[in-house]
Ligand binder design. Structure first.
Ligand code: GAP
Length: 451
């Protein structure tokens, strides 16, 4: 039996990127053509990981509440929606180009605005230019300005323009929320840090509408607490997570409160989510430009009013990266003869892990073992995300550790004799012999312990 000794060191982005590729979590988009900057593909395990992250958000934000409804709006909206929202006029980054090495930088990312960080040249930058981050496309057969449209840079506007449709059809009155998860696009000047800053990404956004009855700031803080609890529930290390309260100077003029959720990534703190009190800004802007009344009609009081808005907006790619980075561990273990080996292990929460239980046949050339192992894996499949594999058990454990599988079940000759199996825990590396009729309950107790 292997025993674990503690040897924790934090991971580098190179290690994360290499593991993500090796094990099929994330690949560079269009890699065979040299890739395209700011775009990534999720491989077989990454697709499940990201889906689990989104499901965990959706479960907590929509399904477990009776005051939030789900939504799914189109990526391309009427261009005037982006005029009203302020994105056409103000969704800019300021960039400069180095005239020597030709590299481009965001002015606000430069430590020294007079020296190029790539080639070291002094005073080599062009004049700063504002650069709109929205991606343009054309709708219909004409590719001229009359058919120009934008790929949405946030999902929220689809919710705002539908506020009245939703509250009327779903028979809701404030306080209530509308949530959606979907793709957003931003023509980032400097995409980077793997899937952290990308040009195509997914957002999970909650827009919570409240009456102006003096409880709005309290509700804002309730959502901050709810989001804190969500990260804690899924095991994100509290010492690497912080909730930064924006000062009045840092907040937009209409906002009464704002909190950025930040994670300590290998390169430093980075924003994961923003929680904002947006007042009536968004509904007012759409009412003004569209000329349509989006106010809520309070039947009891027979009055119209514009609700205040609390927003929580989390990037699902950044959250997926957070789960990968936070789960990553390297550990030294020794076998009974004292021989030391190192392993890489992703300590995912059981609900986030792409595979929850792997089932192995001790040998691949013994049909009776293979058949039994496959049957057990199929039986567990109804309840858990499982995977069948066969061969060298030590190597199979290493592989499952690297993809974060909490439990491995091995079928051997004893199984054929008495039905018992070996269950090995990812975290403790302890192995237990479990009778066949207890296997389902054994896994359930462990996989649901923290769930
Ligand atoms: N509706 C509010 C909104 O979009 P934001 O702070 O611009 O606010 C919210 O974005 C979240 O979306 C960010 O905290 C981040 O997680 C994610 N996000 C924004 N730009 C991103 C990018 N280029 N790549 C990956 N995620 C991004």
């Amino acid at each position: 039996m292997e025993t674990a000794s503690v040897s924790q060191r934090r991971v580098t982005m190179d290690e994360i990127t290499a593991l993500a590729k090796r094990r099929g979590f994330v690949f560079q988009s269009s890699e065979i053509y040299g890739g395209i900057n700011g775009f990534w593909d999720y491989g077989p395990l990454g697709a499940i990981l990201k889906r689990n992250v989104k499901n965990a958000w959706w479960r907590d934000t929509v399904e477990l509440r009776d005051d939030v409804v789900g939504f799914d709006s189109s990526i391309i909206m009427h261009p005037l929606a982006w005029k009203a929202s302020g994105h056409v006029d103000a969704f800019h980054d300021v960039l400069v180009d180095c005239k020597v090495c030709k590299h481009r930088f965001r002015l606000d990312h430069l430590k020294d605005a007079a020296a190029c960080p790539d080639c070291g040249s002094k005073n080599s930058f062009t004049e700063p230019r504002a650069f709109n981050l929205m991606m343009k496309t054309y709708v219909g057969p004409m590719d001229d300005t009359s058919s120009a449209a934008y790929l949405r840079p946030e999902t929220a506007q689809g919710i705002f323009v539908n506020f009245k449709n939703v509250y009327q059809s779903a028979r809701r009155k404030p306080p209530f929320g509308i949530a959606q998860i979907g793709k957003s696009f931003r023509n980032e000047i400097t995409p980077g840090n793997f899937i952290y800053r990308v040009r195509e990404f997914e957002q999970a956004e909650l827009e919570y509408f409240v009456p102006d009855d003096g409880r709005d700031v309290e509700v804002f803080h309730e959502w901050v607490e709810r989001r804190k609890a969500w990260y804690a529930n899924y095991g994100i290390s509290p010492e690497r997570l912080r909730f930064y309260e924006l000062t009045p100077e840092e907040r937009p003029h209409y906002a009464k409160a704002g909190v950025d959720v930040e994670y300590l990534f290998p390169w430093g703190w980075g924003e994961l989510e923003s929680i904002a009190h947006r007042g009536t800004y968004d509904l007012d802007a759409h009412m003004k430009l569209s000329g349509k009344d989006l106010r809520f009609f309070d039947e009891a009081a027979k009055t119209h009013y514009t609700p205040l808005l609390i927003e929580s907006s989390a990037g699902m790619d950044r959250t997926t990266l957070t789960f990968l980075v936070d789960a990553y561990d390297r550990e030294t273990s020794s076998d009974p003869n004292g021989k030391e080996t190192e392993r890489t292990v992703l300590r995912f929460h059981p609900r986030i892990a792409p595979v929850q239980a792997a089932v192995f046949s001790l040998a691949r050339n013994k049909p009776e073992l293979v058949e039994r192992a496959r049957a057990i894996e199929q039986a567990l499949r109804g309840e858990w995300r499982t995977q069948y594999d066969e061969g060298n058990i030590g190597q199979l454990y290493r592989r499952q550790d690297e993809i974060g599988t909490p439990y491995c079940v091995t079928i051997d000759y004893e199984t054929l004799a008495d039905g018992s199996v070996t269950v090995r825990s990812r975290d403790s590396m302890l192995q237990e012999r479990v009778s066949g009729d207890r296997l389902g309950a054994h896994l359930k107790e462990r996989l649901e312990r923290n769930a």
